[in-house]
Design a protein around this ligand. Structure first.
Ligand SMILES: [Ca+2]
Length: 511
């Protein structure tokens, strides 16, 4: 007990001067682009919530009335993506406005590069009061307060849905260890509401960053939602079956992953009932929807609704059977697409649908614009506020978004992946494996069934996209692949009763 106290004290002593030094850093002072605009910001992040599990998108059973209301009264970004479909890299991209290769959080273990600035640091400098409440999951196993936040509630790593039995103090509240009392989604929301109502400086504009643990696996719904979907059937994607048609023209690694930790034949190396997991995932999402509702209701009651920008999104997608896979990391749609909604009566018309390709790297620039601040040059994203307000034409928006994922030794079945995602085409290039690249026409083939990479009529498109991909990587310093020390064999097992290994793609054979 005493050593825990001493450690907390020392950590606080070490961290406090660092935070103060960062706060007075002249780099944190941004030019004002709008002297009158200092909107409050509520940014709510879910974990692993895929793009289509919302009832307004005609999901077969899940009910998300608050998300539906956000889309109805605010903005639905129908083409929202992450630049890396993995928890920590994506979270770092949200907080920095940078690609993974810029901020350096290249997996779920690496820390951000020294000197990395999180957008709330700029907000503090501009007079905002800021709070981080929830899952941080970047860097080691520390839950200590990070720069940029006046108020802090977090936990180590993935945290726990329910209070852990073997750990008395599992939350870090402003540097102090406290017990988790209830279901995590509700408890984080309680902390958020307390901060909004009582703990913050009511005179200052504010930024609340509410970062949920849900709906990350293993999935545990709130007790009031448990069993609600027990009789429901998971929508099975047409690409899930192990058929010749589904693997025609596909990379070898894809078929091989089918029988792996992240494949439907050997999911998480267990006898896993994917459909049961899916039902729990949907049930766990219900508390997230309620959480947004509680915060939104408070803003209404407090008369803050008009002057607050609310953004909801997921940190990465999730494959539920697409191409025989589960989980994330790949550049396929179910993995890299995320739900994204925004509400701000002052900025947006009700029922706005944004077609442009927006991403996690655009959050920081957008929030800064809401605070009347310019986007710093080192950010890779751009503010989508004008796009969503109807004041910017798509012709001046990005045509292709860069996607990147670096191979991890602990999950060796997904290769290093680079991709460009445009409004119609997606080009995927793999690095370090003997395999085929991919090209999809998403307008004709939204499920990514037909790989066009070797079609003669697309030769010129492939050439130009490959060139473009390397230009973007070179311009932003992403043309080198980092790698960390291998600490073990990783999840490299296959089930003997699972699917057979793939053969080489047809186009590499010579008669
Ligand atoms: Ca995640």
């Amino acid at each position: 007990m005493r050593s825990t106290f001493l450690l907390s004290f020392l950590l606080l002593a070490i961290c406090t001067p660092l935070l103060n030094a960062a706060d007075s850093d002249p780099r944190l002072k941004l030019e004002k682009i709008n002297n009158d605009q200092q909107l409050n910001v509520v940014y709510i992040l879910a974990d692993d919530h895929r793009y289509d599990v919302m009832s307004f998108l005609d999901h077969p059973f899940v009910q998300t009335p608050v998300m539906d209301a956000m889309a109805e009264k605010g903005v639905y970004f129908k083409n929202a993506f992450v630049t890396t479909s993995l928890c920590s890299p994506s979270r770092a991209s949200i907080l920095t406005g940078q690609f993974m290769h810029q901020h350096g959080v290249v997996d779920n273990n690496n820390l951000a590069k020294k000197g990395t600035v999180f957008f709330p640091q700029y907000l503090q400098q501009a007079g905002y009061e800021t709070a981080f409440i929830g899952k941080w999951h970047m860097g080691g196993h520390s839950d200590a307060p990070r720069p940029g936040f006046d108020y802090w509630v977090s936990f180590k790593g993935q945290g726990h849905y329910y209070p852990p039995e073997n750990q008395k103090w599992s939350l870090n509240v402003n540097g102090k260890s406290v017990p988790q009392k209830g279901y995590i989604t509700d408890e984080l929301t309680d902390y958020a509401l307390n901060w909004l109502k009582e703990d913050r400086d009511q005179e200052k504009p504010f930024c609340l960053y509410l970062s949920h643990k849900a709906v990350h696996g293993m999935f545990y719904p709130a007790e009031r939602h448990a069993g609600r979907y027990k009789d429901k059937k998971m929508p099975v994607p047409s690409t899930m079956a192990n058929t010749e048609e589904n693997y025609k023209g596909k990379p070898m690694w894809l078929k091989n992953q089918r029988n792996s930790w992240h494949g439907v034949d050997f999911a998480y190396h267990q006898e896993t009932d994917i459909e049961e997991h899916y039902r729990l995932y949907c049930e766990a999402l219900l508390a997230v929807d309620e959480s947004i509702g509680r915060v939104w209701n408070y803003l209404k009651e407090a008369g803050l609704e008009e002057n607050t920008l609310i953004i909801y999104m997921g940190d990465n997608g999730f494959q539920w059977g697409e191409h025989g896979l589960i989980d994330k990391r790949t550049a396929y749609e179910a993995s890299m697409r995320v739900p994204m909604l925004a509400y701000c009566p002052k900025l947006f018309s009700p029922g706005t649908v944004v077609d442009g390709v927006v991403a996690n790297i655009d959050i920081a620039p957008s929030v800064l614009e809401a605070a009347g601040l310019e986007t710093p040059n080192h950010m890779d994203g751009q503010s989508f506020l004008k796009l969503a307000a109807g004041d910017q034409d798509l012709s001046s928006w990005r045509d292709y978004l860069l996607y990147e994922y670096y191979w991890e030794w602990n999950f060796p079945h997904t290769p290093t992946t680079f991709a460009l995602r445009g409004d119609r085409y997606k080009f995927i290039q793999y690095h370090g494996i003997w395999d085929t690249d991919e090209l999809y026409d998403l307008k004709e083939d939204p499920e990514e069934k037909v790989n066009l990479i070797n079609m003669p009529e697309h030769k010129e498109l492939v050439r130009s996209l490959r060139k473009r991909l390397h230009e973007i990587l070179a311009e932003t310093g992403g043309d080198k692949v980092p790698f960390g020390q291998k600490m073990g064999a990783g999840a490299n097992r296959r089930s003997r009763s699972g699917s057979e290994p793939a053969t080489f793609p047809e186009n590499v054979y010579q008669d």
